[in-house]
Ligand binder design. Structure first.
Ligand code: HEC
Length: 473
């Protein structure tokens, strides 16, 4: 994130010129409205669920699972900071730390290294957070913070070998050109050196055979097949080999989960938790939709996708048509390598009318398979319970029900909410939360740490409004 490596957008420039004034009071012009977002290098996102306009967080709708390879228009986006614009003419990748000789590579030099391609699932650690009970603060992802992408680039290990990794290396730290908003910590993530030196992790410059788009990390991003994408740092500018574990916020505090079960709703000391790494077996039923009506006796081509994590390709897919009492094998339809998701199918003629609970369950070759009950964790990571839907089998399928009437609009927010909270981001990030008063209170504290200027006389009004308008599920 060194200044000379990138040319920042005007908005970021203003923030930086504002310097220490960045402590929240900075006026950031709102370039995006709640329904539009930055052009994605000419490729518009289509039909995405907007979780946050800026920083940019977009979720793939359920239809996206029907694509074997997720087109960029449908690929989810997760960003902790605003999207930087990188100038390729001055961009360099710096590799340093405990190495024999620090190396700086231009984009051209990187492109001359041996190219590799892999189809790999990219999934946010927090995918499915909105399903947890009790709910917690964070982007309320449903199923779609995931995509299946063909990545092209160079092996991370090839680049590390150019610098010569010292024998006392322990971790590899990634930094991108994005700069924190307000007093947020810089988004930097590390992975163990032993993992970095395996052949799988890539520095990718292509997504589905096209240059990496801005939203996805132009010109270069980390791709760690089989691991949750919190370590897939975008807009990569620096790789540092460390001789001890990295202590930054996004390793020591965020992206951690308890190793074993904890009582739902309890706070857990980050020191007692572990970093989120491997993806686990997971499934999504993609056809029919939950609550669909289907005709008795008619052939139904059930569809789903299954995937799994690190080096453990998904091998088992089982379906239950009776709420988990009995299970049958599904038919694999696609295969794009061990790190890709697989579309699976099952043909069924519902024998008689009634309500059916359909479940899909994936497993991998180590014997790990999806749980039937999800273990809760404080930040809502790793949701992977076997997916289930309900369908009605009927004599005649009814015409689709009319769209539900608009729900009553939320009461008008106090003016102080807009001036205090809708500055660094829009209110979409606030409106999706379902939090208790205590949780809202903590959320305000967090924003104050990040630079929000909450006037003492406004705090109670804001807290009252948020806890009344957006209470727990
Ligand atoms: C100084 C900038 C700034 C101000 C002012 C600010 N926020 Fe935020 N807030 C952020 C950033 C940046 C994120 C996104 C963090 C991420 O995605 O990692 C965020 C995220 C959130 C989220 C999503 C959940 C989470 O914890 O990431 C909520 C809810 C939220 N803010 C509420 C508020 C409220 C309420 C206020 C007013 C009291 C406020 N924010 C003021 C910077 C700010």
């Amino acid at each position: 994130m060194a200044m000379n490596e990138t040319s920042y957008s005007r908005r970021n420039m203003m923030r930086l010129i504002g310097g220490a004034a960045a402590a929240g009071a900075v006026a950031i012009p709102n370039l995006y409205s709640a329904t539009t977002w930055a052009p994605n290098d000419g490729k518009k996102k289509i039909g995405m669920i907007v979780r946050s306009t800026r920083p940019e967080d977009l979720e793939m709708p359920m239809e996206g699972f029907k694509d074997d390879i997720t087109p960029v228009e449908r690929l989810f986006v997760r960003s902790h900071h605003y999207t930087p614009k990188v100038n390729l003419a001055t961009w360099k990748l710096k590799i340093g730390g405990v190495v024999d000789k620090p190396v700086e590579l231009t984009f051209e030099q990187i492109q001359k290294l041996p190219k590799v391609e892999v189809v790999a699932v990219m999934e946010c650690a927090g995918n499915g957070r909105s399903f947890y009970q009790p709910s917690m603060a964070g982007l309320q992802w449903e199923h779609g913070a995931v995509g299946n992408v063909r990545w092209g680039g160079v092996r991370l290990s090839d680049v590390l070998k150019m610098a010569g990794v010292g024998s006392n290396g322990v971790e590899v730290l990634f930094d991108g050109a994005d700069v924190p908003v307000g007093q947020q910590s810089d988004f930097q993530r590390s992975i163990p050196l032993t993992k970095a030196m395996t052949p799988e992790p890539l520095l990718a410059y292509e997504l589905n055979n096209e240059p990496l788009p801005t939203s996805h990390g132009f010109p270069l991003r980390v791709v760690v097949p089989g691991w949750a994408s919190d370590c897939w740092v975008k807009w990569l500018t620096g790789i540092t080999v460390l001789d001890k574990p990295f202590e930054g916020f996004y390793m020591k505090t965020a992206y951690r989960a308890p190793a074993g079960p904890v009582k739902p709703g309890t706070a857990v000391d980050p020191a007692a938790m572990q970093p989120v790494t491997k993806l686990k077996p997971k499934s999504v039923i993609t056809f029919p939709e939950h609550n669909a009506q289907v005709k008795v006796g008619e052939t139904l081509n059930l569809r789903g996708v299954v995937w799994s994590g690190d080096g453990h390709p998904v091998t088992m897919g089982k379906i239950s048509l009776d709420g988990g009492a009995t299970w049958e094998d599904v038919r694999p339809i696609t295969y794009n390598g061990p790190y890709a998701w697989r579309t699976v199918g099952f043909t069924w003629q519902p024998p008689k009318e009634g309500y059916y609970r359909i479940m899909l369950r994936a497993g991998d070759h180590t014997g790990d398979s999806q749980p039937h009950v999800q273990a809760w964790n404080p930040s809502g990571y790793g949701w992977n319970v076997a997916h289930s839907i309900g369908i009605e089998v009927v004599k005649e399928v009814a015409a689709p029900a009319p769209a539900p009437a608009e729900t009553a609009a939320a009461p008008a927010p106090p003016a102080s909410l807009k001036t205090t909270c809708v500055t660094c981001h829009e209110d979409n990030v606030i409106k999706q939360q379902k939090l208790s008063r205590t949780q809202w209170d903590r959320e305000i504290d967090k924003m104050v740490r990040w630079g929000a200027k909450v006037k003492p006389e406004d705090r109670a009004t804001i807290l009252d409004y948020l806890s009344k308008t957006y209470p727990p599920r």
